[in-house]
Design a protein around this ligand. Sequence first.
Ligand code: SAH
Ligand code: SF4
Ligand code: F3S
Length: 459
Amino acid sequence: MSKRLYIQTVGCQMNVLDSELVAADLLRAGYELVDSPRKADTILFNTCSVRQHAEDKIYSALGRLKRIKDRHPQKIVGVLGCMAQKDRQGIFHRAPHVDLVVGPGQLGRLPALLERIAAGEGPLLEVSLDRNAGNRVSVQQSFERHDPLRIAETRPTPYQAMVRIMFGCDKFCTYCVVPSVRGPEQSRPAEEIEAEVRGLADQGCLEVTLLGQTVNSYRDDRGRKLRLADLLLRLDAVEGLRRLKFVTNHPRHVSDELLQAVRDLPKVSPYLHVPAQSGSDRILRRMKRGYTAEAYREMLCRIRETIPEVAITSDFIVGFPGETDEDFDRTIALLREGRFKNSFIFKYSPRPKTKAVELYADDVPDEVKRRRNNELLAIQNAISLRDNQPLVGRSVEILVEGPSKAGRKQPDNGHVVQLGGRTVDDRIVVFDGPPRLAGQILAVEIEKVDAFTLFGRIR
Ligand code: SAH
Ligand code: SF4
Ligand code: F3S
């Protein structure tokens, strides 16, 4: 059987990492990667359920595949990840041409599962237990951990990598599907993480982003109790590594020790993503976020007092059930005061089996959600622009990622292209230069900015 693999990923960075690890396993099993479903023998979708839109995208991509599968029945179609865990058997009903459904807790079994399908078994379904289907330990064990050896070929760039330090989530924000599709919160042992980061640095990786749904509630309680600040201290010492980031923080676990570690450790980026979600206490309570707007503001002050040069980013949900104009005004006020470098703004999307769906009607009309979304975006864009402006005329240090995604096509001579890179506080910088600069850390002088991008020149 020829083994050409196409894998499409939607969702958060956790999913991007999972796809990388799946691809690495399959390359080791003799597969090669191709860039379209038509060229592939095995077509995998790594899916997200966080909003309806993410699911619709995958179901329509699956629909489009039906004709290809009808003509080439030997092609294997698999659905992986969060939507696999959520919809399970339902995926075969909606898309009968799917051969394989695998939850995020069974990804390590993929090479073997694909072999069974190629041998004529199937369709196959492998998912974890529901969170209420057993005691904590058995549910936890049904989300099998899978962090195999890393290879540079399957990463977006060889000099950047994500490393999982936590799995799952126990917060159960009422709108959110993640705790049910990713399972109970579990932290990886610190020495395992350290070994992985050392291995990456040995491969030439300069920047590591630590991942967890609530990354700052990391805890390794075997022996001496370790928290994220302790882990950062250990990783900061890894030779060859230049930059360390971590996402996503929960406002309730932003400890002074963590902020001091970010301030004092030279490799840790002065950058914190700490979603607020809303500025109204009534809505925050309904969301079960576990803090008030006042507590969030105090946290922002603490962050800025400890790390004056910090860049803070946030997420907001608009149109949560019961959100009035007055609640929304409080969110605007928090967004303005927060002076976030950037905010991701989402329209509330009711998710089946979440508490919010059980308790509250989705009563904010879509048109109002859209208007609030646009209004917040416009305010945030103005803030982001103002935040970038002082950088004009200054020199910033960036890690060059490679040809810029939004960039122009290669010019004729091919020697100079538009390159993209990131500052230590996660700002995107584009500039002209030879492609060989990819993977270097260098200084760029900023000439112009907009709300999202800095435009610069190598000195
Ligand atoms: N663990 C992270 C990210 C979770 S998902 C955290 O706790 O912040 C990323 C973002 O999607 C969330 O921060 C939230 O703003 C948004 N989100 C989650 N569920 C949603 C829903 N049902 N509708 C709209 N946005 C949602
Ligand atoms: Fe979802 Fe809340 Fe957990 Fe984030 S903290 S993953 S929003 S339940
Ligand atoms: Fe989506 Fe799963 Fe991430 S639901 S946001 S891919 S954890």
